[in-house]
Design a protein around this ligand. Structure first.
Ligand SMILES: Nc1ncnc2c1ncn2[C@@H]1O[C@H](COP(=O)(O)OP(=O)(O)O)[C@@H](O)[C@H]1O
Ligand SMILES: [Mg+2]
Length: 255
């Protein structure tokens, strides 16, 4: 069994003439939380979006190099983008549930990913309960399954956005500044949730909050101007970074 979920080798990405990722080679530990930090515009979101090949939606994007997810090169011609995006789920800065019920948000993925299959109501009910339990929302929402998801508290919306990935049995969950719309208490609870999900899932989180990186992640990647400057255990990054640019950033000298 590979101990890494994601491995990149010499990954480069251009938006038109602008090179946003430069020669990134890294190995992301399986079942752990890894955080991605660095000044605004350094390429964190771009790197995250490589892992489910969503960048390709943004026209005029060119990528070179290799990305392996669970030992499979995701640029191989036989890769299914649908399967890839089931295996690699994503959560965004602003919670973005669909403007339909809690229940329908959770079964949506199952329905669109299962083609002609007819789901029994009991199977769907079970998927909903299990996904909501997976994010500790079951008690709060079991009597509100028909409520419109967009009417929930932001914290519940964000947890629901995580919950709706779970029925698809993802290997990796990408989170792009998932707490930036939440207050401090809600942030703490979402961090608790990430810790519960780690182990079963590999979590990659972009954060501009260095304390958050320190609290939740086992390993940390520091990026600058499209380069991966340093990748090390989080404690090492914060207590004895090797690169002076990392030290300057975590001491708040820029960014
Ligand atoms: N769709 C796009 N088209 C052109 N340039 C982009 C696009 N998305 C991001 N960029 C540029 O790529 C660089 C990295 O952006 P991004 O990955 O969003 O950084 P971060 O998430 O670290 O703030 C920035 O200079 C940004 O302006
Ligand atoms: Mg970003």
């Amino acid at each position: 069994m590979n101990e890494y979920s994601i491995q990149t080798r010499n990954l480069n990405l251009w938006y038109g003439d602008f090179q946003a990722l430069k020669n990134i080679s890294t190995d992301i530990l399986k079942g752990k939380i890894t955080s991605l930090i660095g000044p605004s515009g350094c390429g964190k979101t771009t790197l995250l979006r490589c892992f489910n090949r969503v960048n390709e939606r943004y026209g005029n994007v060119r990528t070179t190099g290799e990305i392996k997810i669970l030992d499979k090169n995701i640029y191989d011609s036989d890769i299914s983008l649908i399967e890839l995006r089931k295996a690699v789920g994503m959560v965004f800065q602003r919670p973005n549930p669909l403007p339909i019920s809690v229940y329908e948000n959770i079964v949506f993925g199952l329905r669109i990913h299962s083609g002609e299959r007819n789901w029994q109501k009991s199977e769907l009910d079970e998927a909903v309960e299990s996904a909501l339990k997976g994010v500790s929302l079951w008690n709060d929402l079991k009597d509100k399954l028909q409520a419109k998801a967009t009417s929930l508290l932001l914290e519940q919306q964000q947890k629901l956005c995580i919950a709706r990935l779970l029925p698809l049995k993802p290997q990796v969950i990408l989170m792009d500044e998932p707490c930036s719309a939440l207050d401090a208490d809600a942030t703490k609870r979402v961090e608790d949730l990430m810790r519960e999900l780690a182990g079963e899932y590999t979590i990659l989180i972009v954060t501009h909050n260095m304390m958050q990186a320190r609290r939740v992640s086992e390993e940390c990647l520091f990026m600058m101007l499209g380069e991966l400057v340093e990748h090390a255990p989080t404690e090492t990054i914060f207590s004895s970074p090797k690169d002076s640019r990392t030290a300057d950033y975590i001491e708040g000298r820029y960014g």
